[in-house]
Ligand binder design. Structure first.
Ligand SMILES: *Cc1c(COP(=O)(O)O)cnc(C)c1O
Length: 345
């Protein structure tokens, strides 16, 4: 067994969903786009459904094929990208709820599937998806008469609680939805943590379920153990890895382990990241290569059989900070070569 091993704690995902649901004032959905942030949307959603989640969100309609077969016909699957050209058959067959983003999508939906449920996505300032206020005001009387399942918008800066954009978007959203009787949703993980003003009738966390920032109280979800292939002693003055980027200053024991950037261990982590062996830090030496890492391990004692990159000593946000990215990118980059074990759920 040389492939590195990823252990995914579905029970921790359920705990995180329950914790975010208990902080939300309305119903709590679960965002499982990008294959459940890389952790398997089917298994994640099946576990959350058993825990009581009744609504899920994906980014594009095709992502619902696997999801629907995992969770059965009952739970609602919402699609952020709305009703795209060519999707009518899939939307109907899998009973998906598109979040309509524009007048063009409204026309497409009402023409192809006039009696099929839909939601509406509004732009409250992020300028990414959703109808502009003027477009919404023109269409709202007709759309609201058709009873949308949800009217939603998305926050651009919710992971920065003091950012003035949060209150600005809340006010813009309120202007568009105050007084309507359709259910409303503004908050993802960050918005839940901003407090009840942001919750409305439905919250839709993603990253917090998977243990990532800004839900700093999350239970850790993933563990990544990488097997040691061989160890050697390098003497002072010898170099390790591509580009000779690390030179030993004293005799050093180097373990070569079986994972690299092809597995989503970003090359930007070269010379920066630390791995762990039973609580002992083991620094990466030299560059991340495609399939291998070279890591300094203690000179004395038996060589470790594995080193841990993600686990109790270090979560996805530590790697994200070192690589100048976000936990979302670390998770969704996790490789397809890893053996995977799912625990609980
Ligand atoms: C991805 C996404 C979410 C979930 O966001 P997290 O920050 O992962 O909680 C919610 N709503 C929309 C529109 C999204 O694109």
């Amino acid at each position: 067994m040389t492939a590195a091993h990823l252990t995914i704690h579905l029970d921790a995902i359920v705990d995180n969903w329950s914790a975010l649901a208990s902080r939300s004032s309305g119903e709590t959905a679960a965002v499982v786009k990008a294959d459940g942030y890389g952790l398997d949307s089917g298994r994640v959603a099946a576990a959350l459904r058993r825990a009581g989640a009744r609504q899920f969100f994906v980014a594009v309609a095709e992502e619902a094929i696997k999801l629907r077969s995992a969770i059965g016909p009952e739970p609602q699957i919402n699609v952020f990208s709305g009703h795209m050209a060519g999707d009518a058959a899939l939307i109907q067959r899998l009973n998906l709820v598109p979040m309509l983003n524009s007048r063009e999508q409204v026309e497409r939906h009402l023409q192809a599937l006039p009696d099929h449920p839909f939601g509406v996505q509004l732009d409250s300032g992020m300028n990414r998806l959703g109808m502009e206020p003027a477009e919404w005001h023109a269409l709202a009387p007709d759309l609201l008469a058709r009873k949308p399942t949800l009217v939603m918008s998305h926050l651009a800066c919710a992971d920065e609680p003091d950012h003035p954009m949060n209150a600005q978007q809340l006010q813009a959203f309120r202007k568009m939805v105050d007084g309507i009787d359709a259910p409303r949703s503004l908050a993802a993980t960050g918005g839940i943590l901003l407090g009840p003003d942001y919750h409305f009738e439905l919250t839709r966390p993603g990253i917090g379920l998977y243990g990532g920032f800004p839900f700093t109280d999350a239970t850790p979800v993933v563990r990544l153990d990488i097997p040691v292939i061989q160890t050697r002693i390098v003497e002072a003055g010898e170099t390790v890895g591509y580009g000779n980027s690390w030179t030993a200053t004293a005799p050093t024991r180097i373990a070569t382990i079986a994972a690299g950037y092809a597995d989503g261990i970003l090359r930007a982590l070269s010379s920066k990241v630390t791995l762990w062996h039973n609580g002992t830090p083991c620094p990466l030496r030299g560059r991340v290569s495609m399939d291998l890492l070279t890591v300094e391990v203690p000179l004395d004692g038996p060589a470790p059989e594995h080193l841990t990159l993600l686990g109790p000593d270090q979560g996805v946000d530590v790697l994200a900070d070192l690589a100048d990215t976000i936990g979302y990118e670390i998770l969704t980059s996790l490789g397809h070569r890893y053996g995977r074990t799912y625990i609980g759920g």
